[in-house]
Design a protein around this ligand. Sequence first.
Ligand code: ADP
Ligand code: MG
Length: 312
Amino acid sequence: RIKSVKDLSGVGQAVLNKLNESGYSSLESIAVASPQDLSTVAGIPLATAQRIIKEARDALDIRFKTALEIEQERASVKKITTGSQALDGLLGGGIETRTMTELFGEFGSGKTQICHQVSVNVQLPSEKGGLSGKALYIDTEGTFRTERIKAMASALGLDPKEVLQNIMSIRAINTDHQIAIVEELQDIISKDNTIKLVVVDSITSHFRAEYSGRENLAVRQQKLNRHLHQLVRLAEIYDLAVIVTNQVMARPDMFYGDPTVAVGGHTLYHVPGIRVQIKKSRGNRRIARMVDAPHLPEGEVVFSITNTGIRD
Ligand code: ADP
Ligand code: MG
């Protein structure tokens, strides 16, 4: 029976060392690897890489399943409350595990506030809408604020210091760094099953800045796609929630035809997941619109951003 990487057929000590050095130290990380990557880093033939990926997937039960089995698995998807009943309702109960949720909207719409709130709420016990879990927060814009975390934690009667300790944040400097961080996540998460939320705020800003211009479009799209799919697989394999934010123009229609805005379309439509648009309304009111979910109706709700966090 295959329990760890060394049990995979054809993985001797030399290959094992190379895999470890490259961060492929768990069955999960191998199951989600690309055969090309694995072949290159371990110095093994492509066919061998494909075989050990398959063995790792089999060992982890990643395979065709009956719809009944899938229904049973879906029933075990967990939800994290956003702090607003209306927003939770729109999301079918809250932010789901095993799924990537994209929040897109213009500057100041509240994407970052929601990310902060869910990083606090994931720590709540299940009867209060959390998962008694920890959060990993990848901050690409330098907008992560402990003050907001503390205010949100206190409002829920949680110990602010404890809540801060259960959120690990890292500032991603550029796209390569952002990509490398996500690649390392597999290792971190496979060693700590209390991590139940991964936030990338924002997923697109570095990509937009570094790959601006028509000539860079294809490469940007390819890199971003791969990055997003890695996050989706993390969510599925480790049963955790992934939230990514995506800043878009207030009126994307104005820029119709401009490739720098149209990248990934208006949203990240090419990756599986749930997409929610956040729009400013009057004062602290915000409108959330369900744009694309495999199992939820389209719809709109209103919520508020307050000093104590996201509320109805
Ligand atoms: P985005 O990430 O979508 O650009 P943010 O999540 O940063 O937007 O939201 C910024 C908005 O959140 C501010 O315009 C303000 O309305 C609200 N906000 C931020 N901090 C507080 C606070 N302490 N009290 C009340 N509202 C706040
Ligand atoms: Mg923001």
